[in-house]
Design a protein around this ligand. Structure first.
Ligand SMILES: Nc1ncnc2c1ncn2[C@@H]1O[C@H](COP(=O)(O)OP(=O)(O)OP(=O)(O)O)[C@@H](O)[C@H]1O
Length: 270
């Protein structure tokens, strides 16, 4: 069980680009959080700070009781697994199974545990049938699951998914949804960057909204998607159901199709 605490964290890249300003947030053990916001808002920078790939220019990032400034990226990544936005930045083996096996093996787990985690992660990500394939012969959406499986197999307490929905069809989204449920059962914390607001409302209750390098909101989906100021500041488009509910002038908070249908039927029966 590992908690994550960012306190007044700012970050500038070596070329001077200020990418993050004064970010404070905590993620409890087993919590599931979505980070949303426009391109360039600072989301990827924030999560790279969480797993020690970047170290804060100002402020503190605590992973459990470790200050990331005092630990190597390799050490922090044992506690916080990060699935890169682009799978091609992550994959470096010539077959899927070796790619997934690498992490747990490299962490020095017993061979039986390495086997069990590799098999479990490939199955959970729906890629068992591709075990012997070269990842680069597989489509982008499957390569993405190869990288997710590689990180899940490391069994870290905190898992960060950077844009897992990109390029996924309905089946891919279902695999992701199931995977999130399994990780919840295993008390893993999951932090997901996504541009897919339907995916957010389907699977996340806590949403962190970022804009212009700063945190704009940290709240539940009902509050975020019905907060005009937050939506304007972050240029965030709420899910289609919320947009329709607003057009129909229903009371705030509707996010699912079922809730919308119920509200329409209730109005018709008046
Ligand atoms: N390696 C880098 N060197 C310099 N500036 C960078 C670097 N990486 C990102 N930036 C800049 O930092 C800011 C925040 O970028 P970041 O990638 O964190 O945003 P983001 O919200 O994740 O965007 P996206 O949704 O496009 O991934 C942007 O202005 C971006 O151009």
């Amino acid at each position: 069980m590992t908690e994550l605490h960012l306190t007044n964290v700012s970050f500038s890249y070596p070329d001077g680009t200020k990418a993050l300003e004064n970010l404070t947030l905590s993620v409890a053990s087993g919590e599931r959080v979505a980070i949303v916001g426009q391109n360039g808002a600072g989301k990827t920078t924030a999560v790279k700070l969480m797993n020690g790939l970047l170290k804060p220019t100002e402020g503190t990032v605590l992973v459990g009781d470790w200050d990331t400034k005092n630990h190597t990226t390799a050490q922090v990544s044992r506690k916080v697994g990060y699935v890169f936005q682009n799978p091609d930045d992550q994959i470096f083996h010539n077959d899927v199974e070796s790619e997934v096996r690498f992490g747990p093996k490299n962490m020095g787990f017993e061979p039986e545990r390495v086997d069990a985690l590799t098999t479990w992660a490939m199955k959970l990500c729906g890629i068992s049938e591709f075990a012997e394939e070269n990842p680069y012969n597989l489509p982008y959406s499957v390569r993405k699951f190869v990288t997710i499986a590689s990180v899940l197999a490391m069994d870290s307490d905190i898992i960060i998914l950077d844009e897992p929905t990109a390029g996924q069809d309905k089946i891919g989204l279902q695999v992701l949804g199931n995977l999130l449920r399994v990780l919840e059962e295993k008390q893993k914390s999951v932090i997901t960057i996504t541009h897919d607001m339907e995916f957010v409302t389907d699977y996340f209750t806590r949403i962190i909204v970022m804009a212009n390098r700063q945190l704009v909101a940290d709240d539940n989906a009902q509050k975020v998607f019905y907060n005009t100021e937050v939506l304007e500041r972050s240029m965030l488009k709420p899910p289609a159901v919320a947009q329709m509910a607003k057009l129909l002038d229903f009371s705030p908070g509707i996010l699912s199709k079922q809730q919308l249908i119920k509200a329409i039927l209730a109005q018709r029966s008046l």
